[in-house]
Design a protein around this ligand. Structure first.
Ligand SMILES: NC(=O)c1ccc[n+]([C@@H]2O[C@H](COP(=O)([O-])OP(=O)(O)OC[C@H]3O[C@@H](n4cnc5c(N)ncnc54)[C@H](O)[C@@H]3O)[C@@H](O)[C@H]2O)c1
Ligand SMILES: O=C(O)[C@H](O)[C@H](O)COP(=O)(O)O
Length: 374
């Protein structure tokens, strides 16, 4: 069994070496000939799986992407070709939610803004949006949910129209899939007219897909003096992004919101389970067999702990400004993809255990920190 796997996918050898020979490829430059004798193809988001790529595949049984987004995969083609397919729904939802939390707290700290009573609109309330909504109340933010599809199918009790959310909220965070056609298309969901309608000074966060915001229209608005705060993890036309946006962005990162060690490893595990299912094998391994122990695993909170300590703990685990600094310092010399490949280790809040008897313990648990096991 020949298993082709993206070079940026962790733990493939650990999970798959009992199933077949693992051959690594460069995700942006995979050639159709490389698939001629492949049985399994494991990608991340940068490989377009389409008719041209599969032209020479003769024995492909399974295609998997260790990501949540599937806009790079022609799923209809796979179905009509009898090739099993799996993505990794929710694998990095916690990582993206923690990215947004870190960014909002860093913004509040830098601007001297109190978050108490401020409003966040979450656009797209699937795995990530729900995860974020469950956590963000710990910061005192009021949550508005915008997801017409989930409201229509009855899985959401409340829904605010996007145009109303954009005028009302203090923070707007996008968590929609990239959909290019149809009634609920999301390409340029935030178009020129909607950008013009944004509440002045609003904090706009995009960790979904770059094409959800018209980047050129955004740049024109900013150059024209529109007052906006921006947190951008995703960009139109990655890896060749519109660099002239950068000076206007408070926190800019190279599409790494989902890149915790746990988030990426969960993606690989989910594909391992899907391949086992396709091949009628019993899965034997989980990420806990392979993930390294974090360097900090517990903190002791005193009864004097306060909101400042909450901020410090969040940023002890993950401060988005580390990644913003890396992007600004190295984008021109190293390029977008190289920075993604060399992404430093990042762990999730849950890797830290905290005692339950401090004034901020419950809020930190809500954000995702763990309770002391002893
Ligand atoms: N930056 C990153 O590193 C990163 C990581 C993971 C996922 N993502 C992106 O985030 C997206 C969302 O992830 P998810 O796990 O929450 O997906 P999901 O499929 O669980 O949820 C997406 C939600 O968006 C809703 N939606 C669709 N069209 C909408 C519209 N026009 N307006 C409002 N809501 C709409 C859907 O009804 C659904 O509830 C992914 O598709 C992916 O592109 C980015
Ligand atoms: O959709 C996703 O899951 C994310 O966008 C994913 O984290 C993208 O990362 P990549 O596959 O490009 O490493």
């Amino acid at each position: 069994m020949r298993i082709l796997a993206d070079q940026n996918m962790p733990l493939v050898e650990s999970f798959f070496s009992d199933i077949g020979e693992v051959i690594r490829f460069d995700g942006r430059n995979l050639r159709p000939e490389e698939l001629s004798d492949a049985d399994i193809l494991l990608t991340r988001s940068v490989t377009k799986v389409n008719e041209a790529l599969l032209a020479k595949a003769k024995q492909l049984k399974f295609v998997g992407t260790a990501t949540i987004g599937i806009d790079h995969i022609d799923t209809q083609l796979l179905a009509s070709s009898g090739i099993a397919f799996s993505s990794a729904p929710g694998c990095n939802a916690i990582a993206v939610a923690e990215y947004v939390i870190s960014a909002i707290m860093a913004y509040a700290q830098e601007s001297g803004t109190s978050l108490q009573g401020k409003t966040i609109a979450i656009v797209g309330v699937g795995n990530i949006g729900k995860c974020l909504a469950a956590k963000i109340g710990a910061l005192g933010l009021k949550v508005l949910l915008c997801d017409p599809l989930r409201y229509q199918d009855g899985s959401l009790d409340s829904h605010i129209e996007l145009d109303d959310a954009l005028k009302a909220a203090d923070f707007v965070s996008f968590h929609v899939p990239l959909v290019k056609n149809g009634e609920h298309k999301t390409i340029h969901l935030l178009n020129e007219a909607r950008i013009a309608s944004l509440k002045p000074g609003m904090v706009l966060i995009n960790a979904s897909r770059g094409d959800v915001i018209d980047n050129q229209a955004l740049l024109r608005a900013l150059e024209g003096g529109q007052a906006l705060e921006l947190v951008l993890d995703v960009w139109e036309n990655e890896p060749n992004i519109l660099q002239s946006l950068l000076p206007y962005v408070r926190f800019a990162t190279v599409h790494i919101a989902g890149h915790t060690l746990e988030g990426k490893a969960r993606g690989t595990q989910m594909l391992y389970e899907a391949v086992c299912n396709t091949l009628n094998l019993k899965p034997q391994k989980t990420i806990t067999d392979f993930l390294p122990k974090p360097s900090v695993t517990a903190c002791k909170l005193q009864d004097t702990a306060n909101e400042n300590d909450l901020l410090n703990l969040v940023h002890l685990v993950y401060d988005v400004r580390r990644d913003d600094g890396i992007m600004r310092a190295n984008l021109t010399s190293q390029g977008f993809d190289a920075l993604r490949k060399a992404y430093p280790v990042r762990r999730e809040f849950s890797t830290i255990e905290l005692n339950d008897d401090s004034p901020i313990s419950d809020k930190l648990y809500q954000l995702g920190f763990s309770k002391c096991s002893s």
